[in-house]
Structure formats: structure tokens, C-alpha cells
Design a protein around this ligand. Structure first.
Ligand SMILES: *Cc1c(COP(=O)(O)O)cnc(C)c1O
Length: 375
């Protein structure tokens, strides 16, 4: 047994500034549709260098709005990744469409462009790109395929906050990109999201559909189209404004912890550290891959006994009970996705993690790997 307090998987960084701005909103009496939402959105347009940021009640809501804006409906297929959080494919279902999965690249874990091309049929209406684990998908190849087939693109960048591809921020590549701000993300509003887009007409539509389809002139209780209640409150936005002020520090903290892990895991047998490629990674999770011979679930149990929280991450979407039962999916369809999903393990990872904590996790991890056998 390793001594010391339990180490959690994730931990948000909340300080006096977040409390100060939330208090300011609460005292102002304007809890929603107020100036703090606009301040949060302005913070994003300035940070990313895009024309519009439309804040939403969650990343899932942002994805749904972006797909709804494309007019996705019954009979329409959207090509996306199964190696993602269930929200990306669910957003297609919300819009009435059918998610069609493309297998992923074994290094980046993102959709493999040739597999995307194969998944396109005459019913395909869009491509929902996912940037998983903070590493951007192959945008050049994917956007070329989308253009050749005349398909619009939405990017689920919920795990890749402040990410960029070929030196340009996500959200500035000609299609909307969506971030999510749940408590485990690089930046949190407790719950929340944002759609980034350079398209002013799309932004106006999203502002209306997130607010019950209210008319564009802002007239009260005039609903010109069907809409949703996907607004982000000013209370949540206040947390976000404070988090944006220190986003560089939050991201640097994660990158620092990731570098410690990468270095310590490199010489361990039976484990592959996370992929490092030509694009920068916005570090979201630390989820190395185990050799197929190692019993991952036994490693997780063994880590738990040592006070280290770990999780199988990510379970693939097409093998979720709902997707098997109601959408007819089964194992064996996306071999790369399934192999990755069966062998990646999320270790404790948060910006304020100390080097001592990383050492404790790595020592326990090494022992757990030995115990689980296979190396
Ligand atoms: C977090 C996340 C979302 C959005 O989640 P919300 O909890 O709705 O904000 C969407 N897609 C991926 C890949 C995510 O990780």
C-alpha cells in the first residue's frame, strides 16, 4: 500500500475570482440573458480570433444546435466517430438523424479520413468531426473530403478547448466548432458550452434557437421558429469569465503534469504513453494505452486499492447498451476503435497535481501492472 490521501481522477480549479464574479452576478439581480454572458462570449471571440461565440447550456446543446441549423432530419446520416463521449452521436439523434461511424486512426484516435470517405452514402448530410483527448483531427484531409462530397462540417472540439490545427485555432477553419465546459474540462462553467463560428447568419440563428426560437429583432415572446432552451446563465458565465482570465495557467498546469507522466511512462513496459504528433495537444485527460495482454480492469481495481482513481476511458459509443439494443450495433464493426477503447486507461489528471502525486500514481501504476500480469 502506498501511503497518502486518495488521488482523484479530476479536480476543477476554482478560486476567489470565480467566487467574486458569481457574487457580482447574484447581487446584480440579472441572472440570465444579462451582460455576463456577453462578456464570456466576447472573451472567446477575442481568444480564438473568430467572429462569433454563442454560449450554450452545455457542449451537447451546442452540438445539437449546430446540427439542427444544418437541417438534419429523419433519414439523414451524419458521419462521426465512435471513439468519443456519447454526446456527439446523441446530438445527431436529437436532430432526428442517424450517426454513422467511421473507424479511427490508431495513433491519434481521431477519425481516419479514408474510413470517413467509405462511410459516406447518398443519405449523408454532414460530417461531425471529433477532436478526441485534446488532439485535433486531420482537418486538411477531412475538409477536402467534405468539400468533394458537398457536405457541411461541425466540429466537436469539446475536449480540445483552445486547440489549434496547422497554427490556426479551432473555430476558424470555415465551419462551427463546439467547446464543452463540464467540471472536468480544461475550462469549466460547471455546465456549459459555446459554438464558435465566423458565419454571422449562423450565429444569429443559433442565438435564436438557443432561446426558444425568439425572433431575430429580439422582440419579447415573438417566436419565429421552433427553438430550445439552451441558454447559459449569467451565473455560469461568471465562472467562465474568471476561468478564461487564467486559461493560460490552467492549460500550462495540465501540460506540465502531462510532461511528467510522458517521461515516467516512457520506460515502463506494457504501456504506451500518449501520442505526440505535429499538432499541439490541448491536454484534457491523461489516458495511456496498455498492451492487449494486460487486464486493464484488474489494473483499475488494483489502483483503486492503492487510493488512485482510474477509469476505462473511453468506452466506444456503438457498443453502449442503448446503441446495441435500439440501433443494432455490435462488436467487431470498428476494430481500431474497439481495440483502443478496450486498452486505454484514464489516470488522475488535473492542473494542480503535484510532481509527488504523479510519482505516487506512477509507482502504484507500475505495481498494478505487475500484479495484473501480462508483462
Ligand atoms: C464533454 C464532451 C461533450 C459535451 O458534454 P457536455 O457535458 O454536454 O458539456 C461533447 N463531446 C465530447 C467528446 C465531450 O468530451
Amino acid at each position: 500500500m502506498t501511503a497518502g490521501a486518495a488521488i482523484p481522477l479530476a479536480k476543477p480549479v476554482i478560486g476567489d475570482r470565480e467566487i467574486e464574479l458569481v457574487t457580482e452576478v447574484l447581487r446584480s439581480g440579472q441572472l440570465s440573458l444579462g451582460p455576463m454572458v456577453e462578456r464570456f462570449e466576447r472573451g472567446w471571440t477575442e481568444r480564438v480570433g473568430c467572429r462569433n461565440a454563442v454560449a450554450t447550456s452545455s457542449g451537447t446543446a451546442g452540438l445539437h444546435l449546430a446540427l439542427h441549423a444544418l437541417g438534419i432530419g429523419p433519414g439523414d446520416e451524419v458521419v462521426t466517430s465512435s471513439f468519443s463521449f456519447v454526446a456527439s452521436a446523441n446530438a445527431v439523434l436529437f436532430a432526428g438523424g442517424a450517426p454513422v461511424f467511421a473507424d479511427v486512426d490508431p495513433d491519434t484516435f481521431n477519425m481516419d479520413p479514408p474510413r470517413v470517405e467509405e462511410a459516406i452514402t447518398e443519405r449523408t448530410r454532414a460530417i461531425l468531426i471529433v477532436d478526441i483527448f485534446g488532439y485535433p483531427a486531420e482537418l486538411t484531409a477531412l475538409l477536402e473530403i467534405a468539400e468533394r462530397h458537398g457536405l457541411p462540417v461541425v466540429e466537436d472540439a469539446c475536449q480540445t478547448i483552445d486547440g489549434s490545427y496547422n497554427g490556426r485555432k479551432l473555430g476558424t477553419h470555415g465551419h462551427p466548432a463546439v467547446y464543452g465546459f463540464y467540471a472536468n474540462k480544461q475550462l469549466t462553467t460547471a455546465e456549459g458550452g459555446v459554438v464558435l463560428t465566423d458565419d454571422d447568419d449562423l450565429a444569429a440563428l443559433l442565438r435564436s434557437t438557443r432561446n426558444q426560437g425568439r425572433s431575430d429583432d429580439g422582440a419579447w415572446l415573438v417566436h419565429s421558429r421552433m427553438g430550445f432552451n439552451y441558454r447559459l446563465s449569467d451565473v455560469h458565465s461568471a465562472i467562465g469569465v474568471a476561468q478564461l482570465e487564467r486559461l493560460d495557467d490552467l492549460l500550462e498546469g495540465r501540460a506540465r503534469v502531462a510532461a511528467l507522466y510522458q517521461h515516467r511512462l516512457a520506460p515502463m513496459s506494457g504501456v504506451s504513453p500518449m501520442f505526440e504528433g505535429p499538432q499541439p495537444r490541448s491536454w484534457f485527460v491523461y489516458a495511456p494505452r496498455l498492451d492487449a495482454s494486460i487486464d486493464r480492469d484488474a489494473v483499475i481495481v488494483s489502483l483503486g486499492a492503492r487510493g488512485i482513481q482510474a477509469k476505462p476511458y473511453l468506452p466506444c459509443i456503438h457498443l453502449q447498451p442503448f446503441y446495441r439494443l435500439h440501433l443494432g450495433h455490435r462488436a467487431g464493426t470498428y476494430p481500431v476503435t474497439e481495440a483502443i477503447s478496450a486498452s486505454t486507461i484514464a489516470l488522475p489528471f488535473f492542473p494542480e497535481m503535484t510532481e509527488h502525486q504523479v510519482d505516487r500514481v506512477c509507482a502504484a501504476f507500475s505495481e498494478a501492472l505487475d500484479e495484473a500480469g501480462g508483462r
